[in-house]
Write a protein that binds this ligand. Structure first.
Ligand code: UDP
Length: 254
């Protein structure tokens, strides 16, 4: 039974009121959606995996000085986060051509880009999240020039960090999407990383075999989605125990 106040329900996550002011609980669902909600399925265990993978990545980013909304994991599917006002922009960083870039520009999937590309999409389901330029963002006031600058700088640092992290475990980071939020503390406001970083929001290819270890398994009906996400978690050294509510740690056998 869940008596907590639900603040927001998205395609793959629910946000509940947190235990203290300025906090929220982020709950990872098993739902998978693609093509602006036209394809939907429930993939058993996906939420648990994304909770753990995103926790792992956000914790590492926190320690390297990238401010994030992550505070701590609460249980298998939930984490405590800082409440932010989401900037309505999806920031995509690309190292290798795939997905919408190939469709839009006719590039061949797998083409290594001469330099990483940062793109912005306006978060709006009705419009299908259109690609926008920096001028659109500042002109419409979706983010200020300073905020945009902060988001770009962080996006590039996150790309450098994630590229190295995954390379070390035999995974190529093709591209990823991140979102930012405004954290308001007294009369201070700063931009911090929000949402999640998981195989739902990244393209991850096995470096040796080019096997897809991300949500493209769902988009392209390749099957084996949970197995692929488990493989990403395993390589990152994340071991998922069989936690149950109310069960904490080893039990003494008499
Ligand atoms: N992405 C995402 N959410 C979105 C759109 C894209 O997480 O709403 C991620 C996607 O998984 C990929 C990257 O952003 O890692 C670039 O996606 P792309 O623009 O190629 O769009 P797609 O092919 O996913 O429609």
């Amino acid at each position: 039974m869940n008596r907590r106040r639900r603040i927001y329900e998205g395609k793959a996550k629910i946000l509940y009121e947190g235990p203290e002011p300025g906090t929220l609980v982020q709950h990872f669902k098993d739902d998978a959606t693609a093509f602006n909600n036209q394809k939907h399925d429930v993939i058993d265990g996906k939420g648990v995996l994304n909770n753990r993978i995103s926790e792992f990545i956000f914790s590492q980013l926190n320690t390297m000085g990238i401010p994030t909304h992550f505070i701590r994991r609460l249980n298998m599917r939930e984490q405590l986060i800082r409440q932010v006002e989401i900037v309505p922009i999806e920031v995509v960083v690309r190292n290798i051509a795939a997905g919408s870039l190939c469709k839009r520009l006719g590039a061949e999937e797998g083409t290594r880009l001469n330099r990483s590309i940062v793109e912005f999409y306006y978060k709006n389901d009705e419009l299908g999240d259109p690609l926008v330029s920096e001028e659109h963002i500042t002109s419409f006031g979706w983010a200020s020039p300073q905020e945009l600058d902060d988001m770009m700088t962080m996006a590039i640092r996150i790309n450098d960090f994630l590229t190295g992290l995954f390379l070390g475990v035999g995974i190529t980071l093709v591209d990823f999407k991140i979102e930012f939020g405004r954290q308001i503390e007294g009369d201070m406001m700063r931009i911090i990383l929000a949402d999640e970083i998981s195989p739902d929001s990244c393209r991850l290819w096995d470096t040796n075999t080019s096997e897809k270890l991300d949500k493209d398994r769902f988009r392209q009906n390749l099957g084996g989605m949970v197995e692929a996400y488990q493989e990403v978690a395993r390589r990152l050294g994340i071991f998922i125990d069989n936690e149950r509510p109310g069960h904490s740690g080893p039990v003494l056998v008499k």
